[in-house]
Design a protein around this ligand. Structure first.
Ligand SMILES: Nc1nc2c(ncn2[C@@H]2O[C@H](COP(=O)(O)OP(=O)(O)O)[C@@H](O)[C@H]2O)c(=O)[nH]1
Ligand SMILES: [Mg+2]
Length: 286
């Protein structure tokens, strides 16, 4: 089965960002569709409420999953233009504040964040703990964390697919839950390729050469995902559900800190809009 996230083809960008954002200022019209015929919407609402304290009737919910260190907390901060903080004993959680980095994910619970200044009162983003541990076993992770109750899953990875990644991906496909594969920290990939190319040419890259190198890097990273998924026994994935992002650059650009020499945000905004769009689409077709 191909990706179940019909997010980019045609419909996704026919709606302007401002129109998409307007949806998150009022309660959702209906909960998302249940994952299987056996699970009623009522049971799904109950499970999400009991296990995570999640309101799926009124709120649109995005889950950011993946292994520790893939950049989940940073992504959640960047997309909301919130500055990162390292976890310490003095850290105090507020849902409109930062998702702390450096947290021990073996004990962490799924944590809810909203947009500062009540920008989108009905949009929530969740920092999900890495799985495959005693507290969060991989085999039951998807159901334990009620991932089927989310509007869209963002599976973050910065290296090769792990067992947790493939477990989540497999279940998402089975349950028809939209899932985007997000290749994080791509600024590092671009930077190292620029270094190699610069050494090869013995001069700085022109703007055109730099843009071509970025395109090529994005293409190669996405093709690696395709090869890896197919090697893991999945059918050929639709690469329109794979996004290459530089989340910190996205935030820096929004806050006016991005320098000319910095890597641009790549597909960060495209990913966010696509996830928002699929959430709205599913709710209106539930
Ligand atoms: N270069 C770069 N580093 C990043 C980016 N996002 C996260 N990181 C770094 O990756 C490390 C792990 O990030 P964190 O958000 O704590 O990962 P988590 O464990 O998945 O929540 C931190 O040192 C971040 O600064 C990015 O877009 N670019
Ligand atoms: Mg984290």
């Amino acid at each position: 089965m191909a990706f179940v996230i019909p997010i980019v083809a045609g419909v996704a960008f026919s709606m302007a960002a401002s129109k998409i954002y307007a949806y998150f200022k009022t309660p959702a019209q209906s909960p998302p569709p249940p994952p299987t015929p056996e699970m009623t919407q009522k049971l799904m609402i109950k499970n999400a409420q009991e296990k995570l304290g999640m309101d799926i009737e009124n709120h649109y919910n995005l889950a950011v999953c993946g292994n520790s260190g893939t950049g989940k907390s940073t992504f959640i901060n960047c997309i909301r233009s919130v500055i990162d903080v390292e976890y310490s004993d003095a850290f105090v959680y507020i849902d409109s504040g930062p998702a702390p980095s450096g947290i021990n994910e073996t004990t962490m619970m799924p944590t809810h964040y909203c947009w500062p200044n009540n920008e989108f009162p009905y949009l929530s983003i969740w920092d999900m703990p890495g799985g495959g541990t005693q507290k969060h076993p991989g085999e039951t992770y998807f159901d334990d964390k009620t991932l089927y109750a989310f509007d869209c899953l963002l599976l973050l990875k910065s290296g090769r697919f792990t067992q947790l990644d493939t477990d989540i991906y497999r279940k998402a496909v089975e349950y028809k839950i939209p899932i985007a594969i997000v290749l994080t920290k791509a600024d590092n990939d671009i930077k190292s390729r620029v270094k190699i190319k610069t050494a090869e040419l013995r001069r700085k890259l022109t703007k055109i050469e730099y843009a071509a190198l970025m395109d090529e890097t994005i293409r190669q990273l996405k093709n690696n995902v395709k090869s890896e998924l197919m090697a893991a026994g999945f059918p050929e994935p639709n690469l329109s559900a794979v996004f290459v992002v530089a989340a910190q650059s996205y935030r820096d650009e929004k806050l006016g800190y991005l320098d000319d020499i910095d890597c641009p945000p790549l597909e960060t905004e495209k990913l966010f809009l696509a996830c928002c769009h699929i959430a709205i689409y599913r709710r209106s077709n539930a």
